[in-house]
Design a protein around this ligand. Structure first.
Ligand code: PLP
Length: 286
């Protein structure tokens, strides 16, 4: 057992000691995809949703990953089970196109995709402590629906947020809000939950999907349509969602207070989300 567990193509070890081959295309081109989720009681939350999105990203990037669902799930479980106890773990995994000499075109069929993963102890952010946000032009390419390893614009955006004492950056293309550096963003306005549609400009977040489903279950109207920065600034609540932090209220953007005007509906959604997380990570749920 290790505190931080690393995994590369079947090999397990202490994360700090694992090495990857220099030919891995993830290193040169970010040529791969990734997934991440929280784990409680050694049960990865919403694993089926993450595997669905993983296979979709692989298909869109034409990465010929051949492991069946049950097989990759078993490999990920080995990584989880090799971790020392923690109330919550964080599970990350990525698949690259494989290991070969650097060259832009895809390698031949003799090259197999690589599977890399790690598990670390994780502390979830308290749902009642809001985020401070900044806003930034979204300069990413138009493959945002694929969870690729190419994250430089998101890295820069999150760095700018941290430098300003904030937790996330709201990205917009012109006036249209897309998502955040590593989260989706939704708003509550007049009792309606509004969020950007799942086109090539945003990642179809699993937490976003669950939030919309919970809203519908609780009789809250959902509109998946573009909304503007002005609408976000005037929203009753701003909700930032991600697998690592679930759903957190945004309290300011660029130092200007936002939201805080529909706390009951917000709390209803946050409580429903937390209950879902706990229910679906009971021992024996895997
Ligand atoms: N949008 C981006 C750009 C992300 O990187 C992430 C998570 O990493 C999300 C949204 C949230 O997705 P999920 O809820 O599946 O974690």
């Amino acid at each position: 057992m290790w505190k931080n567990v690393g995994y590369y193509n079947g090999e397990l070890g202490a994360l700090e000691e694992m090495k990857v081959p220099m030919g891995d295309r993830a290193l040169y081109f970010g040529d791969g995809i990734y997934e991440a989720t929280c784990v409680a009681n050694r049960v990865p939350f919403a694993i089926e949703d993450h595997l669905d999105r993983m296979y979709n990203s692989l298909r869109l990037l034409e990465i010929p990953f051949r492991m069946e669902r049950a097989e990759i799930q078993a490999e990920l479980q080995k990584v989880i089970d090799a971790a020392e106890d923690s109330p919550i773990h964080f599970l990350y995994w990525q698949i690259s196109r494989g290991v070969c000499p650097r060259n832009h075109p895809f390698p031949g069929q003799e090259v197999s995709p690589t599977l890399m993963a790690y598990v670390k102890p994780h502390v979830m952010k308290p749902l009642d402590v809001p985020y401070k946000l900044i806003s930034m032009e979204d300069i990413r390419f138009k493959l945002c629906n694929i969870k690729t390893l190419n994250l430089i614009p998101s890295v820069l955006a999150n760095q700018r947020a941290v430098e300003r004492g904030c937790q996330e950056a709201v990205l917009h293309r012109g006036s249209r809000v897309t998502e955040c550096a590593h989260s989706n963003v939704s708003i509550l306005k007049d009792g309606v939950l509004r969020t950007a549609p799942t086109d090539e400009l945003i990642l179809p977040g699993i937490t976003r999907k669950h939030l919309l489903a919970l809203a519908r279950e609780h009789g809250i109207l959902v509109r998946e349509e573009p909304f503007s920065m002005t609408e976000l600034m005037n929203a009753d609540e701003v909700i930032v969602t991600s697998s690592s932090a679930l759903c957190i209220r945004g309290a300011s953007v660029d130092g200007i207070p936002v939201g805080g005007k529909d706390p009951e509906r917000l709390k209803l959604l946050q409580d429903a989300y937390w209950a879902k997380f706990q229910r679906e990570t009971q021992p024996g749920q895997a």
